[in-house]
Write a protein that binds this ligand. Structure first.
Ligand SMILES: *Cc1c(COP(=O)(O)O)cnc(C)c1O
Length: 394
């Protein structure tokens, strides 16, 4: 492999660029995870995560990718044959649903067009119909990473309450946590699933469950087999800052640093930064004369933007040209969107100039790949970023 000078632009929507501060924090000798020093680290990360989930309840950390935390949410709170309600918002919702099927749950999988989030009115209607309360849980992906479409979690909570239904509410925030406003307690979520390698700016390898009292109570009678994922042992050890088995110690050093960085910037500022970069990106896409996949402005993702590439050009050809010429990775089209779109990740450790560089790479790539478009996307984004700066809103 030839050396490529300068920084690789890793603009896929996760894993995201890991900031130097976090890389340095990880680069320390691994310590005894049963020793006296460890508990300080354990408490720091378990308590710090609560701020990010906006919860006072329990948080669990697994040495696993996000998929592990999906499984943990299901096996701890449900029983074989339980009926659950899930929504086809995109590839990740589809994969979580497949997992639920494999684990023996009975899934009512509501079809979707991959361009909209979950409709709260539809949830309300489905739950209101279920007068016998046979539906045990409702699962929603907050930010559908395959499409750049979000679902409105607060509105969905209201819909569940309006139906007066006792189902557990589980939300996948793997690509939204620490990028898009999310409130586990206020929005009455029972299990929140998250991962390390997206908004939290860490390498892959950690994933999380935030768990409500109601979900904890459900776990006492839930009958799915579980061992590695069992909340009970995790929570018992966590009280004293430890883990029942070997944690990913060095990633926890990184997590402690990431939480400190988020605290320094302030979560509201972190969310505003992501909103700003998403808006600037959409302005660039519109100026190019291209189309964003998300159709409803109320559901635009602030973590990534999916851009449709008009046929006959294959979107993966655009990605290839950009990687080869400008050393930037963009997200591929997943599942039924393969070849039809590319995804620009603008989440995690990112600022205005990294966005402008990213959009410049895309604009040059569109020209090189022969995608019919107008120039001026980067200028449109710059105009917006400068406007926000002039207004002192950043
Ligand atoms: C990345 C992602 C996942 C999968 O996480 P892994 O860490 O790859 O297992 C699941 N859901 C969403 C929304 C994601 O963005």
């Amino acid at each position: 492999m030839n050396h490529r000078s300068g920084r690789h632009f890793l603009q896929i929507p996760g894993p995201t660029n890991v900031p130097d501060r976090i890389l340095r924090a990880i680069d320390f000798p691994t310590m005894d995870h049963r020793g006296p020093e460890f508990a300080k680290l354990g408490h720091a990360v378990l308590d710090g995560l609560k701020e990010v989930f906006q919860t006072r309840g329990a948080v669990i950390i697994y040495p696993a990718s996000g998929t592990g935390a999906w499984e943990a949410a299901l096996v701890n709170s449900l029983s074989p044959g339980d009926k659950v309600l899930m929504f086809e918002t995109g590839q990740f919702a589809t994969l979580w649903q497949k997992m639920a099927q494999k684990l023996g749950l009975q899934v009512d999988f509501v079809a979707g067009d991959w361009r909209h989030g979950v409709d709260p009115a539809q949830i309300e209607a489905k739950l209101a119909e279920d007068t016998g309360h046979s539906i045990k849980a409702v699962m929603v992906v907050h930010n559908e990473t395959s499409t750049g479409v979000t679902s409105r979690i607060a509105a969905i909570r209201k819909a569940i309450d309006k139906a007066g239904h006792p189902a557990l509410f589980m939300v996948d925030t793997i690509s939204s946590l620490a990028s898009i406003d999310y409130r586990h307690d206020e929005w009455g979520v029972d299990v929140t699933v998250a991962g390390s390698q997206k908004g939290l700016m860490l390498p892959p390898g950690l994933s999380f469950n935030a768990v409500s009292e109601k979900a904890l109570a459900a776990s006492k009678t839930a009958r799915m087999p579980r061992s590695y994922w069992a909340w009970e042992e995790m929570l018992a050890s966590g009280k004293s800052g430890y883990f029942p088995y070997t944690p990913a110690t060095n990633l926890l050093y990184g997590l402690r640093e990431a939480l400190q960085m988020l605290r320094e910037e302030g979560l509201p500022n972190v969310f505003a930064r992501h909103d700003r970069h998403a808006e600037a990106t959409r302005r660039a896409v519109r100026a190019w004369g291209l189309e964003v996949l998300a159709l409803d402005p109320a559901e635009y993702s602030s973590a990534l933007t999916a851009v449709l590439v008009p046929a006959p050009v294959n979107a993966d050809e655009v990605r290839k040209v950009i990687l080869e010429n400008f050393d930037m990775s963009l997200g591929t089209g997943l599942g039924k969107m393969a070849g039809k779109l590319f995804r620009i990740g603008h989440l995690g450790d990112f600022n205005d100039l990294s966005l402008v560089g990213t959009l410049a790479g895309v604009e040059m790539g569109l020209a090189l790949a022969g995608v019919p478009h107008r120039p001026g996307g980067v200028a449109a984004a710059m105009g917006y970023l400068a406007e926000v700066a002039a207004a002192g809103k950043r």
